[in-house]
Design a protein around this ligand. Structure first.
Ligand code: FAD
Length: 386
């Protein structure tokens, strides 16, 4: 029997590709291998579950078995691929060698933790990057039987969304970050401050321009020491300190890969014949976007390529919708530093235009009622990958 097309990873990229492939060919043998539960879920919903008090079961659209049946593929869950041999076209899983005809790496990105977690507090320090993480965090939160004190470290998209969601769910949240304002990579400072004000008004404690000195345990409490000498007591700590593309498998197999991701061209082909990559793990023609729309476009293009129609992916000017209902935020960050940010508006209803030297719009950010302008401004902005 011919070796199957094999996908590593069951996130939105891996399952999204499987779906696109099935739409083109109902019978082609496909194997999907994943280190996690394999349940089909939308990762962006993870940072919306606490406000709605959703149990983890409500976040999974379909259990793994059902997804595998519907997509008519072989799914191996809780199975880690240990190595790729690009010459013999096999994967190593423990003692087993699994042949593949074409291989797709959809291994996502892993949370980075730029601080040590002492053994005494290990059970109370989390990052939430998949449904299994959400399940663990949710169980400890529920186990408290009362609103929790949560210290969130990092004020990027993930940190701010969880901060907003946990406050809305009735928990006491402290947000710690070294920058002067939330969402430093998406918003110029005046808009970041507007979001910070909305957070403060909702009862959140902001510790900006503060670094983490260390974590310690005292009974059931985690003590978070900051570099201004203050100490925060917490039931739970949530680290939202960034994501790093998972490139280890690709790198060990000799594929071109670095901190930006597994290097692929616009047909999603890696430097090794027959091996492709997409999603958070992949750096496509120099861009690793780490959002849903780019990976969906990649899945569509790759499905066409793998079905015999070589297709290059394009990304539009797709703004990011940050899920902070306390102050709605939309941003299309410029791909290069702008000559200036021009800010207009009043109160927390702001528009920031990222302009090139010749005044061309190369990105934008919107807060409050101004998020309505997203379509109009996206039309005027350059595509991410045209
Ligand atoms: P992942 O979902 O990380 O999947 C990686 C898969 O690879 C997993 O199944 C893992 O088990 C598997 N794997 C890894 N290594 C191995 C191995 N060696 N062997 C076997 N399996 C392996 N984007 C938006 O556009 N809009 C949003 O509103 C938004 N909100 C977000 C909110 C949160 C809280 C987070 C964390 C992200 C959000 N994003 C959002 C980003 C978006 O969710 C991601 O870009 C996307 O889900 C990444 O999907 P992926 O399939 O590439 O990676």
């Amino acid at each position: 029997m011919a070796a199957p097309l094999t996908i590593v990873g069951s996130g939105m990229a891996g399952l999204g590709l499987a779906r696109q492939l099935r739409a083109k060919d109902g019978d082609r043998p496909i194997t999907l291998i994943t280190a996690d539960s394999g349940d089909d879920y939308a990762k962006p919903l993870l940072s919306t579950g606490f406000a709605k008090r959703l149990p983890p079961t409500r976040l999974a659209a379909r259990p793994a078995l059902e997804a595998a049946e519907q997509l008519n593929l072989v799914m191996r869950t809780h199975t880690r691929v240990e190595a790729i041999d690009p010459v013999s076209r096999t994967l190593r899983l423990g003692e087993e060698r699994l042949p593949w005809s074409e291989l797709v790496l959809a291994t996502g990105a892993a949370p980075t933790l730029p601080f040590a977690v002492p053994e005494a507090v290990r059970e109370r320090v989390f990052s939430i990057n998949d449904l299994d993480d959400y399940r663990r965090f949710h169980a400890v939160l529920q186990g408290l039987g009362r609103p929790a004190r949560v210290v969130i470290i990092g004020a990027g998209l993930v940190g701010c969304e969880f901060a907003n969601d946990l406050v809305a769910g009735g928990h006491a949240v402290s947000l710690v970050a070294p920058e002067a304002a939330p969402l430093p990579r998406l918003l110029p400072e005046p808009l970041g401050h507007a979001l910070g004000e909305a957070f403060l008004e909702a009862g959140m404690a902001l510790h900006l321009r503060r670094g983490l000195e260390g974590l310690d345990g005292a009974g059931d409490e985690v003590v978070v020491a900051l570099n201004d000498g203050s100490r925060l007591g917490a039931d739970l700590v949530l680290a939202a300190t960034g994501l790093r593309p998972r490139i280890e498998l690709a790198k060990a197999a000799g594929l071109a890969a670095d901190a930006a991701g597994i290097r692929v061209d616009r047909t999603l082909a890696t430097s090794a014949p027959g091996i492709y990559a997409l999603g958070d793990a992949a750096c496509v023609a120099g861009i690793n976007a780490m959002y849903v729309q780019p990976l969906q476009a990649s899945a569509k293009a790759l499905a066409a390529t793998l079905s015999g129609q070589p297709t290059e992916v394009s990304y539009g000017a797709w703004p990011v919708l940050v899920k902070t209902p306390l102050l709605p935020v939309v941003a299309l960050p410029p791909t290069r530093p702008p000559a200036r940010w021009r800010v207009e508006g009043e109160g927390r209803d702001l528009v920031a235009y990222a302009e090139a030297q010749d005044e061309r719009l190369i990105g934008f950010a919107l807060t409050g009622s101004r998020v309505r302008r997203k379509v109009e401004l996206a039309r005027a902005a350059p595509p991410l990958l045209g």
